[in-house]
Design a protein around this ligand. Structure first.
Ligand code: ADP
Ligand code: ASP
Ligand code: MG
Length: 408
């Protein structure tokens, strides 16, 4: 008998009818001769709604209480899913993250899994139950409820698959798999049959939120092969696994878009040791996460330093950096939102030249101005006007032939 872990996301369990659909799929998997653990998310919109309600009662809710609140979303779904399966005549039991043995550190709202003791999961599977586990949550060693960051049910599924040695891990969602770009942005995007952990990780962390990036990191670290596929049909999805020799033949695997970015420029920073350290230590001390950083060549003893970050962090940044800019005698601090990041990702970049040129030419042909550029071994990212980013994604997608069916 095989051991299968399935995860069903928010849209897939978004209504009672959809929960029944999921219940039937889980039962069919068991009837095909498997033991099944299903991880479920909160019903779509529920987590956002809980966050809104928290802000309605308090401008800065305590993170401990935030986690107690957010965990209720998934708790609703596990009970309803287990009830639905029971109603269809099969044995099912629901487990919260803590009951499933998921122990985390104490970083509320973005906790990391420290270890998993799946004692109850194993016992119930042995007794022929289908086990339904709440995604996105765990518990600290001193008994506090924690959550694993937005999209964290993906991580729950992959971590449980690893802990119980599942032979199959399937992430069911509302698209047929991982596409060459978000199909909501580029309608002729194509499903990718296979993608390496590194490419999936770069795409997820640069805006392709079809998988939570931390879950992909975990899968890579522990060698969990998983499939992303639709809960609404039987189509095969995308396999995410270690790279193989053939994968480098494709120059670009996919295009990602990240909106809601902001750019901050500190103008005419005196070019002397310690100024960059002063700026970025002040930001780090406040827990602000920075993305791209660019420093210009110094002209007559001063240089401009620019960086990007999430737009939501902008008010905090201005508050932290105004005094620092003054202290280091910079001329000005300019903050700008309304920008977005476009990334092209592929391990083929390591062995193909001219990738950056091809991207820049495509954007230039579309009259799109590039504000900043950054590269890694398998990614080229550019900052653009947010209004242009959908058009840019389409142009990049076409420039690398991603819309065309690959020939066998
Ligand atoms: P779930 O609730 O199942 O976890 P998500 O909303 O987190 O689902 O992820 C699925 C969504 O991710 C899709 O509806 C799609 O719009 C978006 N998405 C972004 N980038 C991609 C991509 N490259 N391939 C497929 N879907 C993508
Ligand atoms: N419900 C959580 C969220 O919306 C976790 C998840 O869906 O994976 O972020
Ligand atoms: Mg998700």
């Amino acid at each position: 008998m095989s051991l299968v872990v399935q995860k069903y996301g928010g849209t897939s369990v978004g209504t009672p009818e959809r929960i029944l659909n999921v219940a039937r799929r889980i039962i069919a998997t068991q009837e095909a001769g498997n033991r099944v653990v299903a991880v479920v998310s909160a019903m779509s919109g529920v987590t956002d709604n809980l966050i809104r309600m928290a802000r309605d009662v308090s401008p800065l809710p305590a993170e401990r209480e935030m986690d107690v609140l957010l965990a209720t979303g998934e708790q609703t779904t596990i009970a309803l899913t287990a009830m639905a399966i029971n109603g269809l005549g099969k044995k099912a039991v629901s487990l919260t993250g803590a009951q499933a043995g998921i122990v985390t550190d104490g970083f509320h709202t973005k906790a990391k899994i420290a270890n998993i003791t799946p004692r109850q999961i194993r016992q119930y599977l042995k007794d022929d139950y289908i086990v339904i586990v709440a995604g996105f949550q765990g518990e600290t060693t001193d008994g506090r409820i924690t959550t694993l960051g937005r999209g964290g049910s993906d991580l729950t599924a992959i971590a449980i698959a690893s802990a119980i040695g599942a032979s199959l891990c399937q992430i069911f969602t509302d698209v047929d798999g991982v596409y060459t770009c978000d199909p909501r942005i580029v309608p002729n995007a194509r499903k990718i049959p296979e993608i390496s952990y590194d490419e999936m990780l770069e795409m997820a962390s640069s805006g392709s939120k079809v998988m939570q990036s931390r879950s992909v990191e975990f899968a890579k670290k522990f060698g969990v092969v998983f499939e992303v596929r639709s809960s609404f049909n039987q189509n095969p999805g995308t396999i995410v696994k270690e790279e193989n020799a053939g994968m480098e033949n494709v120059v670009i695997r996919g295009v990602s878009v990240e909106r809601n970015q902001a750019k901050v420029t500190i103008v005419q920073v005196p070019d002397r040791p310690g100024t960059a350290a002063r700026i970025f230590t002040a930001l780090a001390d406040t827990g602000i996460i920075i993305d791209m950083i660019v420093q210009n060549v110094s002209v007559s003893g001063t240089t401009d330093i620019s960086f990007t970050l999430s737009k939501d962090e902008l008010p905090k940044v201005e508050q932290v950096l105004q005094p620092v800019a003054k202290e280091i005698s910079a001329l000005d601090l300019i903050a700008q939102d309304g920008i977005a990041k476009l990334s092209v990702v592929g391990i083929g970049m390591r062995s193909h030249s001219g990738v950056a040129a091809r991207l820049f030419e495509a954007l230039s042909a579309g009259g799109i101005n590039i504000q900043m550029i950054s590269t890694s071994e398998i990614k080229i990212a550019v900052i653009l006007d947010e209004k242009m980013v959908d058009k840019a994604a389409g142009l990049a997608h076409d420039a690398f032939g991603l819309s065309i069916a690959p020939t066998a």
